[in-house]
Design a protein. Structure first.
Length: 165
């Protein structure tokens, strides 16, 4: 009986502390709302593969996100982020449009042609150490009225870099 209790405790501890594998997205797994839209907004993350640091009891995946449109001015109508699990992209959050001006430095949600806009502290923060994929997206209208998009993935890893106290 003691052996069975010990084995159950060991298995439950292993299950609780095991890293979750949320899978890796493929090009075919694009979210429905982006399918069929022309990709006219460039989205970049730096770094694209993001390792966390730990400060006190919190993990930080520090990165920046930039957007740029080369062709023409684009008015952003929606932006947000998906996370990947269960072999699909799942909407994490649609951000209020007023936040675009504050975080990226746009004015009236307009991306001017050939002008980069960067959110320097677009950090993932959490109390648990695990990796996963996110996809940031932007949907907007060109001056001609065409609805276009831009998106890019970022891989946040579970590879802890350093610990600061």
């Amino acid at each position: 009986m003691k052996a069975i209790v010990y084995l159950l405790c060991l298995l439950s501890t292993t299950a609780i502390t095991a890293q979750a594998d949320y899978g890796t997205p493929t090009d075919a797994s694009l979210p429905e709302k982006l399918r069929g839209l022309r990709k006219a907004i460039e989205v970049n993350h730096f770094p694209k593969e993001n390792d966390p640091i730990k400060i006190e009891n919190t993990y930080y995946w520090k990165h920046a996100t930039s957007v740029l449109c080369r062709e023409s001015e684009i008015t952003v109508m929606e932006y947000g982020a998906y996370i990947y699990y269960n072999d699909q992209w799942n909407l994490r959050q649609v951000y209020p449009l007023k936040d675009l001006d504050k975080t990226f430095g746009t004015k009236k949600q307009i991306l001017n042609q050939a002008e980069p806009y960067t959110w320097n502290k677009n950090w993932r923060v959490g109390e648990s150490l695990f990796g996963g994929w996110a996809l940031w997206y932007f949907i907007g209208k060109t001056a001609d009225g065409e609805t276009v998009c831009g998106y890019e993935t970022i891989n946040t890893t579970g590879n802890l870099l350093i610990t600061k106290n």
